[in-house]
Design a protein around this ligand. Sequence first.
Ligand code: HEC
Length: 294
Amino acid sequence: MSARRGLALASLLLLLLLLLAACKRSGGGGAAAGLRFERAGGKVVTLSTAEMQRITPARDITVFDPNYKRDKRYRAHLLAPLVARGLGLDDKALRAARFLFIASDGYKVALAGVDIVALEAYLAVADLAPGGWKDVPGHNGVKPGPLYVVWRGEKARDMKLFPWPWQLATVRPSPKDLYARTVPLSAPAGSPARAGHKIFLRDCIRCHAINRQGGRLGPELNVPKNVLEYRDEKLLREFIRNPKAYRYGNMPAQTQLSDGDLDSVVAYLRVMVRHKHDSEAAKAKAGAKAKAPR
Ligand code: HEC
Protein backbone atom coordinates (compact mmCIF):
# COMPACT_ATOMS: atom_id res chain seq x y z
CA MET A 1 0.00 0.00 0.00
CA SER A 2 1.36 3.42 -0.94
CA ALA A 3 1.97 6.04 1.71
CA ARG A 4 -0.70 8.25 0.13
CA ARG A 5 -3.34 5.53 0.17
CA GLY A 6 -2.41 4.75 3.76
CA LEU A 7 -2.88 8.39 4.70
CA ALA A 8 -6.25 8.54 2.93
CA LEU A 9 -7.37 5.41 4.76
CA ALA A 10 -6.21 6.83 8.08
CA SER A 11 -8.14 10.08 7.53
CA LEU A 12 -11.22 8.10 6.55
CA LEU A 13 -10.94 6.11 9.77
CA LEU A 14 -10.52 9.30 11.78
CA LEU A 15 -13.60 10.80 10.14
CA LEU A 16 -15.60 7.68 10.97
CA LEU A 17 -14.48 7.83 14.58
CA LEU A 18 -15.46 11.48 14.86
CA LEU A 19 -18.86 10.74 13.36
CA LEU A 20 -19.38 7.91 15.81
CA ALA A 21 -18.45 10.12 18.73
CA ALA A 22 -20.89 12.80 17.53
CA CYS A 23 -23.72 10.25 17.26
CA LYS A 24 -23.01 8.94 20.71
CA ARG A 25 -23.15 12.46 22.11
CA SER A 26 -26.50 13.36 20.65
CA GLY A 27 -28.21 10.06 21.32
CA GLY A 28 -26.44 8.80 24.41
CA GLY A 29 -28.25 10.85 27.04
CA GLY A 30 -25.42 13.25 27.86
CA ALA A 31 -26.65 16.32 29.73
CA ALA A 32 -26.46 18.51 26.63
CA ALA A 33 -28.51 16.10 24.54
CA GLY A 34 -31.53 15.93 26.79
CA LEU A 35 -32.92 14.92 30.12
CA ARG A 36 -32.85 11.31 31.28
CA PHE A 37 -35.85 9.82 33.06
CA GLU A 38 -35.51 6.50 34.88
CA ARG A 39 -38.96 4.98 35.26
CA ALA A 40 -39.97 2.75 38.18
CA GLY A 41 -39.88 -0.41 36.06
CA GLY A 42 -36.30 0.23 34.93
CA LYS A 43 -37.16 1.72 31.55
CA VAL A 44 -35.11 4.78 30.61
CA VAL A 45 -36.58 7.61 28.53
CA THR A 46 -34.45 10.50 27.30
CA LEU A 47 -36.28 13.63 26.20
CA SER A 48 -34.32 15.55 23.59
CA THR A 49 -34.45 19.31 23.30
CA ALA A 50 -36.81 18.96 20.32
CA GLU A 51 -39.13 16.61 22.23
CA MET A 52 -39.26 18.99 25.18
CA GLN A 53 -40.19 21.76 22.78
CA ARG A 54 -43.07 19.65 21.45
CA ILE A 55 -44.34 18.72 24.93
CA THR A 56 -44.28 22.24 26.32
CA PRO A 57 -42.79 25.06 24.22
CA ALA A 58 -40.06 27.10 25.90
CA ARG A 59 -40.90 30.66 26.85
CA ASP A 60 -38.86 33.57 28.07
CA ILE A 61 -39.36 34.11 31.78
CA THR A 62 -37.95 36.42 34.42
CA VAL A 63 -37.33 34.94 37.86
CA PHE A 64 -35.62 36.21 40.96
CA ASP A 65 -32.71 33.77 41.09
CA PRO A 66 -31.36 33.33 44.62
CA ASN A 67 -28.12 31.84 43.28
CA TYR A 68 -27.33 35.22 41.66
CA LYS A 69 -29.45 37.23 44.11
CA ARG A 70 -31.13 39.17 41.30
CA ASP A 71 -33.68 38.91 38.51
CA LYS A 72 -32.56 36.68 35.66
CA ARG A 73 -34.12 36.00 32.29
CA TYR A 74 -34.19 32.44 31.04
CA ARG A 75 -35.61 30.51 28.13
CA ALA A 76 -37.38 27.71 29.94
CA HIS A 77 -39.86 24.85 29.73
CA LEU A 78 -42.48 24.30 32.38
CA LEU A 79 -41.10 21.36 34.37
CA ALA A 80 -44.28 19.48 35.40
CA PRO A 81 -45.31 18.36 31.88
CA LEU A 82 -41.76 17.16 31.17
CA VAL A 83 -41.62 15.06 34.34
CA ALA A 84 -45.12 13.71 33.66
CA ARG A 85 -44.17 12.66 30.11
CA GLY A 86 -40.69 11.44 30.98
CA LEU A 87 -41.89 9.22 33.82
CA GLY A 88 -45.26 8.37 32.25
CA LEU A 89 -47.43 9.85 35.02
CA ASP A 90 -50.82 11.51 34.90
CA ASP A 91 -51.46 14.76 36.76
CA LYS A 92 -52.73 13.05 39.91
CA ALA A 93 -49.78 10.67 40.13
CA LEU A 94 -47.38 13.53 39.50
CA ARG A 95 -48.78 15.55 42.39
CA ALA A 96 -48.72 12.58 44.74
CA ALA A 97 -45.13 11.56 44.10
CA ARG A 98 -41.68 12.75 45.03
CA PHE A 99 -38.73 12.70 42.68
CA LEU A 100 -34.98 12.58 42.88
CA PHE A 101 -33.30 15.23 40.74
CA ILE A 102 -29.75 14.21 40.00
CA ALA A 103 -27.14 16.59 38.61
CA SER A 104 -24.30 15.59 36.30
CA ASP A 105 -21.87 15.87 39.25
CA GLY A 106 -23.96 13.38 41.25
CA TYR A 107 -25.67 15.95 43.52
CA LYS A 108 -29.11 14.56 44.45
CA VAL A 109 -32.14 16.29 45.82
CA ALA A 110 -35.75 15.15 46.38
CA LEU A 111 -38.58 17.38 45.18
CA ALA A 112 -42.31 16.89 45.64
CA GLY A 113 -44.62 16.83 42.63
CA VAL A 114 -47.07 19.18 44.37
CA ASP A 115 -44.35 21.79 44.75
CA ILE A 116 -43.21 21.42 41.15
CA VAL A 117 -46.77 22.19 40.06
CA ALA A 118 -47.82 24.79 42.64
CA LEU A 119 -44.57 26.76 42.73
CA GLU A 120 -44.10 26.73 38.96
CA ALA A 121 -40.79 24.99 38.53
CA TYR A 122 -39.19 25.53 35.12
CA LEU A 123 -36.34 23.85 33.33
CA ALA A 124 -34.13 26.66 32.04
CA VAL A 125 -32.34 25.78 28.80
CA ALA A 126 -30.70 29.16 28.09
CA ASP A 127 -29.59 32.22 30.04
CA LEU A 128 -30.87 35.13 27.96
CA ALA A 129 -28.15 37.52 29.16
CA PRO A 130 -25.51 38.41 26.52
CA GLY A 131 -22.91 35.66 26.48
CA GLY A 132 -25.30 33.02 27.87
CA TRP A 133 -24.72 31.01 31.05
CA LYS A 134 -22.77 32.77 33.82
CA ASP A 135 -20.70 31.19 36.58
CA VAL A 136 -22.69 30.54 39.75
CA PRO A 137 -21.42 33.01 42.38
CA GLY A 138 -19.29 31.20 44.92
CA HIS A 139 -18.77 28.22 42.59
CA ASN A 140 -15.81 29.11 40.45
CA GLY A 141 -16.20 28.09 36.83
CA VAL A 142 -19.52 26.28 37.37
CA LYS A 143 -22.28 27.23 34.97
CA PRO A 144 -25.83 26.11 35.82
CA GLY A 145 -26.64 25.05 32.24
CA PRO A 146 -27.38 23.34 30.03
CA LEU A 147 -30.38 22.27 32.15
CA TYR A 148 -31.14 24.28 35.29
CA VAL A 149 -34.19 24.04 37.56
CA VAL A 150 -35.60 27.48 38.42
CA TRP A 151 -38.81 28.45 40.22
CA ARG A 152 -41.28 31.23 39.61
CA GLY A 153 -43.25 30.81 42.84
CA GLU A 154 -42.13 33.36 45.41
CA LYS A 155 -42.00 30.78 48.19
CA ALA A 156 -39.26 28.95 46.30
CA ARG A 157 -36.93 31.96 46.35
CA ASP A 158 -35.67 30.80 49.70
CA MET A 159 -32.95 28.33 48.78
CA LYS A 160 -32.87 26.98 52.31
CA LEU A 161 -36.36 25.66 51.68
CA PHE A 162 -36.25 24.93 47.95
CA PRO A 163 -33.23 23.69 46.04
CA TRP A 164 -32.33 25.14 42.61
CA PRO A 165 -30.42 22.16 41.18
CA TRP A 166 -28.19 23.00 38.24
CA GLN A 167 -26.67 20.83 35.48
CA LEU A 168 -29.65 18.53 35.81
CA ALA A 169 -29.04 15.15 34.17
CA THR A 170 -31.53 12.59 35.52
CA VAL A 171 -34.96 12.46 37.15
CA ARG A 172 -36.29 9.34 38.83
CA PRO A 173 -39.09 8.50 41.27
CA SER A 174 -37.93 8.82 44.83
CA PRO A 175 -37.59 5.28 46.21
CA LYS A 176 -40.32 4.26 48.67
CA ASP A 177 -37.83 2.79 51.09
CA LEU A 178 -36.21 6.20 51.39
CA TYR A 179 -38.64 6.79 54.25
CA ALA A 180 -39.19 3.20 55.39
CA ARG A 181 -38.32 4.08 59.00
CA THR A 182 -41.00 6.76 59.15
CA VAL A 183 -43.84 4.23 58.72
CA PRO A 184 -46.13 3.81 61.79
CA LEU A 185 -45.88 0.02 61.60
CA SER A 186 -48.23 -0.84 64.48
CA ALA A 187 -51.04 1.44 63.26
CA PRO A 188 -53.72 -0.38 61.25
CA ALA A 189 -54.49 0.71 57.69
CA GLY A 190 -57.06 3.52 57.67
CA SER A 191 -56.21 4.66 61.21
CA PRO A 192 -55.58 8.35 62.02
CA ALA A 193 -51.86 7.61 62.48
CA ARG A 194 -51.65 6.23 58.93
CA ALA A 195 -53.48 9.31 57.63
CA GLY A 196 -51.08 11.47 59.65
CA HIS A 197 -48.10 9.69 58.11
CA LYS A 198 -49.41 10.54 54.64
CA ILE A 199 -49.79 14.19 55.62
CA PHE A 200 -46.32 14.13 57.15
CA LEU A 201 -44.81 12.82 53.89
CA ARG A 202 -46.68 15.48 51.94
CA ASP A 203 -46.13 18.54 54.13
CA CYS A 204 -43.36 17.98 56.63
CA ILE A 205 -40.70 15.48 55.63
CA ARG A 206 -38.82 17.77 53.31
CA CYS A 207 -37.76 19.69 56.42
CA HIS A 208 -38.14 17.20 59.29
CA ALA A 209 -36.69 13.74 59.83
CA ILE A 210 -38.35 10.90 61.70
CA ASN A 211 -35.87 8.25 62.83
CA ARG A 212 -33.16 10.16 60.93
CA GLN A 213 -34.95 9.90 57.57
CA GLY A 214 -36.07 13.16 56.01
CA GLY A 215 -35.02 16.79 55.71
CA ARG A 216 -32.61 18.57 58.01
CA LEU A 217 -33.80 22.14 57.94
CA GLY A 218 -36.11 21.56 60.88
CA PRO A 219 -35.41 19.40 63.94
CA GLU A 220 -35.70 15.60 63.94
CA LEU A 221 -39.03 14.83 65.64
CA ASN A 222 -38.67 11.26 66.97
CA VAL A 223 -35.17 10.49 68.26
CA PRO A 224 -33.64 10.55 70.75
CA LYS A 225 -36.86 11.99 72.14
CA ASN A 226 -40.18 12.17 70.33
CA VAL A 227 -41.43 15.76 70.31
CA LEU A 228 -44.53 14.68 72.30
CA GLU A 229 -42.25 13.41 75.07
CA TYR A 230 -41.19 16.97 75.84
CA ARG A 231 -43.91 19.18 74.39
CA ASP A 232 -47.49 19.51 75.41
CA GLU A 233 -49.96 18.43 72.71
CA LYS A 234 -51.98 21.65 72.74
CA LEU A 235 -48.86 23.76 72.32
CA LEU A 236 -47.66 21.50 69.53
CA ARG A 237 -50.89 21.91 67.58
CA GLU A 238 -50.74 25.69 67.89
CA PHE A 239 -47.09 25.74 66.96
CA ILE A 240 -47.58 23.66 63.81
CA ARG A 241 -50.42 25.91 62.63
CA ASN A 242 -48.63 29.15 63.37
CA PRO A 243 -44.95 28.74 64.37
CA LYS A 244 -44.17 32.44 64.15
CA ALA A 245 -46.54 33.13 67.03
CA TYR A 246 -43.86 31.34 69.11
CA ARG A 247 -40.57 32.34 67.54
CA TYR A 248 -39.28 33.86 64.33
CA GLY A 249 -37.83 30.91 62.51
CA ASN A 250 -37.87 29.05 59.24
CA MET A 251 -40.95 26.94 59.67
CA PRO A 252 -43.80 28.13 57.44
CA ALA A 253 -47.30 28.23 58.96
CA GLN A 254 -49.18 25.03 58.10
CA THR A 255 -52.53 26.71 57.54
CA GLN A 256 -53.54 24.07 54.99
CA LEU A 257 -54.12 21.56 57.82
CA SER A 258 -57.70 21.13 59.04
CA ASP A 259 -58.37 20.25 62.70
CA GLY A 260 -58.82 16.66 61.55
CA ASP A 261 -55.46 16.75 59.75
CA LEU A 262 -53.80 18.03 62.91
CA ASP A 263 -55.42 15.22 64.92
CA SER A 264 -53.95 12.76 62.43
CA VAL A 265 -50.46 14.29 62.51
CA VAL A 266 -50.44 14.21 66.31
CA ALA A 267 -51.72 10.60 66.28
CA TYR A 268 -48.88 9.73 63.91
CA LEU A 269 -46.23 11.37 66.05
CA ARG A 270 -47.62 9.62 69.14
CA VAL A 271 -47.43 6.16 67.54
CA MET A 272 -43.84 6.79 66.49
CA VAL A 273 -42.78 6.88 70.17
CA ARG A 274 -43.07 3.09 69.93
CA HIS A 275 -41.07 2.88 66.71
CA LYS A 276 -37.78 4.53 67.41
CA HIS A 277 -34.80 3.80 65.30
CA ASP A 278 -31.70 5.80 66.00
CA SER A 279 -28.80 4.81 63.78
CA GLU A 280 -26.47 7.33 65.46
CA ALA A 281 -27.15 6.01 68.95
CA ALA A 282 -26.69 2.44 67.71
CA LYS A 283 -23.34 3.38 66.20
CA ALA A 284 -22.20 5.17 69.36
CA LYS A 285 -23.17 2.15 71.45
CA ALA A 286 -21.30 -0.23 69.17
CA GLY A 287 -18.29 2.08 69.38
CA ALA A 288 -18.44 2.15 73.18
CA LYS A 289 -18.68 -1.66 73.34
CA ALA A 290 -15.70 -2.06 71.08
CA LYS A 291 -13.70 0.14 73.41
CA ALA A 292 -15.03 -1.38 76.63
CA PRO A 293 -12.37 -4.12 77.20
CA ARG A 294 -9.58 -1.57 77.65
C1 HEC B 1 -39.96 24.46 55.18
C2 HEC B 1 -39.54 23.63 56.24
C3 HEC B 1 -40.55 23.12 57.23
C4 HEC B 1 -41.72 22.48 56.98
C5 HEC B 1 -42.36 22.22 55.63
C6 HEC B 1 -42.25 22.09 58.25
N1 HEC B 1 -41.41 22.49 59.25
FE1 HEC B 1 -41.66 22.15 61.22
N2 HEC B 1 -40.00 23.23 61.62
C7 HEC B 1 -39.15 23.76 60.68
C8 HEC B 1 -38.12 24.50 61.35
C9 HEC B 1 -36.98 25.25 60.67
C10 HEC B 1 -38.37 24.37 62.73
C11 HEC B 1 -37.60 25.01 63.86
C12 HEC B 1 -38.28 26.34 63.94
C13 HEC B 1 -38.08 27.05 65.19
O1 HEC B 1 -37.49 26.51 66.09
O2 HEC B 1 -38.62 28.17 65.24
C14 HEC B 1 -39.55 23.57 62.86
C15 HEC B 1 -40.11 23.22 64.07
C16 HEC B 1 -41.12 22.30 64.22
C17 HEC B 1 -41.60 21.77 65.46
C18 HEC B 1 -41.14 22.21 66.84
C19 HEC B 1 -40.18 21.28 67.45
C20 HEC B 1 -39.79 21.83 68.80
O3 HEC B 1 -39.62 21.04 69.68
O4 HEC B 1 -39.66 23.02 68.96
C21 HEC B 1 -42.60 20.88 65.18
C22 HEC B 1 -43.40 20.06 66.15
C23 HEC B 1 -42.75 20.87 63.76
N3 HEC B 1 -41.84 21.74 63.22
C24 HEC B 1 -43.65 20.10 63.09
C25 HEC B 1 -43.91 20.20 61.73
C26 HEC B 1 -44.98 19.50 61.05
C27 HEC B 1 -45.93 18.54 61.71
C28 HEC B 1 -44.92 19.89 59.75
C29 HEC B 1 -45.82 19.46 58.62
C30 HEC B 1 -47.23 19.61 58.81
C31 HEC B 1 -43.82 20.81 59.61
N4 HEC B 1 -43.25 20.98 60.83
C32 HEC B 1 -43.43 21.40 58.41
C33 HEC B 1 -39.27 23.66 59.31
C34 HEC B 1 -40.36 23.11 58.67
